[in-house]
Design a protein around this ligand. Structure first.
Ligand code: FMN
Length: 473
């Protein structure tokens, strides 16, 4: 197989000084299909899942099921769990033609592994680790075949440094350092410890733990790199770049909306363009969606700020200055994200309000203009009447008015005469009616008297009749 070619390329890759992206060993996951997938995304080196060397050597079935590969599955490192140097070297010899190196797992913290003498318990057995590395180196018939170890750190970092230096003296190709102790699970990774190890050996060191994004690769490289320089990686992710751009667009629009020489009515006529009528259908939805997205991002930034504002940062500062700086850099980023998302939400609301106010102002100024027009018309009419009056006055003053007044008086006199006649006729009619009313009143009085007399006679006759009736009885 092309073992030697690949091997020389692996160590070349380290020597070029570029940051390598390596897919970590993961039981059940980092199998052939997974490796083929990550290789499509610029993964430089892949690890197999951890294979227990004893089982691998004991059973063909285990070998067939635990280790599958193909020609394009390179560079490939096969990871073993082993506690015996010869078994590891035998396993390495079996996979050597199909891979580029073996890796000894000295980091698995699971109880089943440590109680069987595998994994993280090996960090406390530097001599055994050294022995295993030496066996692989001596027995694999390929000088370029790598023998590496993956370790966790000790609480006392001097022990870790000692382990790494011993492994280096045994000819280990590189060391992967998972920056947590065997007891730690999801705690913050001690990148400073990784840097300390890197500074203590001259072989390549791979940082491992809590690397979730490509940007983490870059920042952790800066933290743990050989040159010891610490540079803040301030590059923004695409998501936050979009938010920042959005913020700048909002500011730009607001500045334009506030330009003093564009009137509210002009803006209203712009808002009423046909192009906006299509947009206005979705406007509310777009507005709400943007608000929701920005609020979610804002809350995410709040969460990040809270995460990196943890109180124990200060206490770590002296022990692990680089980690302290790294966490501060993350805190800085989170705060920056908090500000841009907060301002973006705020300006989005302000922009909506400004557009509404411009529309209201335009409507108000429209009705003011109509009222102004009416007032102008009224003023003009008043002016015209005033001018007519002035003209009339002038005419009167110039004497032309005498004739006009005499004619007017004549006309008035005639009308008064006519009205007098009408009044007289009416008076006559009233008088006539009055006398007729008097006659009728007299007649009415006569009738009333006659009625009273007849009533009395009727009463008398009634009385007489009543007297005669009593006598007969
Ligand atoms: C599902 C799973 C399986 C793993 N299997 C292995 C393994 O076989 N060998 C090994 O050295 N590490 C193994 N690890 C640890 C990873 O290689 C890596 O060190 C760890 O995930 C990094 O820490 P992080 O998850 O906090 O980023 C495994 C991790 C996970 C999540």
């Amino acid at each position: 197989m092309e073992t030697s070619n690949h091997n020389s390329r692996i160590m070349d890759m380290f020597e070029k000084g570029k940051v390598l992206k390596i897919c970590a060993p993961m039981v059940r996951y980092s199998k052939l299909a997974f490796r083929s997938l990550v290789r499509k995304y610029n993964c430089d080196i892949c690890f197999t899942p951890m294979i227990v060397a004893d089982d691998f050597m004991r059973s063909v079935k285990a070998r067939d099921s635990e280790f599958t590969t193909n020609a394009s599955d390179r560079p490939l490192i096969v990871q073993f769990a082993a506690h015996d140097a010869q078994t590891l070297a035998d396993s390495a010899c079996v996979v050597a033609p199909f891979s580029d190196g073996v890796d000894l797992n000295c980091g698995c913290p699971q109880r089943w592994a440590t109680s069987a003498g595998y994994g993280a318990c090996l960090i406390n057995k530097p001599e055994l680790v050294k022995d295993m590395v030496t066996h692989v180196r001596n027995q694999v018939d390929n000088p370029n075949y790598t023998a590496s170890i993956k370790i966790r750190i000790h609480k006392d970092l001097r022990q870790t440094v000692d382990l790494c230096q011993k492994a280096e003296s045994a000819g280990v190709s590189w060391i992967t350092v998972h920056g947590r102790t065997a007891e730690e699970r999801h705690q913050t990774v001690h990148y400073d410890a990784i840097k300390l190890i890197k500074d203590s050996v001259s072989i390549p060191v791979i940082a491992n733990g809590d690397i979730k994004y490509l940007r983490d690769v870059e920042s952790i490289h800066q933290l743990t790199g050989v040159d010891g320089m610490f540079k803040l990686p301030l590059k923004m992710t695409l998501q936050w770049t979009v938010v920042a751009l959005f913020l700048y667009v909002e500011m730009g629009i607001l500045v334009i909306l506030c330009l003093p020489f564009i009137s509210a009515r002009r803006w209203q006529s712009i808002f009423q363009l046909r192009i906006w009528s299509c947009v206005s259908k979705f406007w509310n939805k777009v507005f709400l969606t943007m608000i929701i997205i920005l609020i979610v991002l804002f809350l995410d930034a709040v969460r990040e700020v809270r995460k990196y504002s943890a109180k124990d940062l200060g206490s770590d500062a002296k022990l692990q200055p680089n980690m302290f700086d790294h966490l501060h850099m993350k805190l800085f980023r989170a705060q920056r994200n908090l500000y841009i998302s907060g301002f973006a939400v705020f300006l989005w609301l302000v922009m909506k309000r400004v557009v509404t106010l411009i529309n209201q102002l335009a409507s108000a100024s429209g009705s003011t203009a109509a009222l102004q027009l009416q007032a102008d018309n009224a003023n003009q009419a008043a002016k015209k009447y005033t001018e007519d009056n002035e003209l009339l006055k002038k005419t009167l003053m110039e004497g032309k008015g005498d004739k006009a007044t005499a004619e007017g008086m004549e006309l008035l006199r005639k009308q008064v005469e006519k009205m007098k006649e009408e009044l007289k006729t009416s008076e006559d009619a009233v008088k006539k009616s009055q006398s007729e009313a008097d006659v009728m009143k007299k007649q009415t009085d006569g009738l009333a008297r006659e009625y009273d007399r007849l009533l009395r006679e009727h009463q008398e006759l009634q009385n007489l009749q009543d007297g005669e009736t009593k006598k007969d009885d």
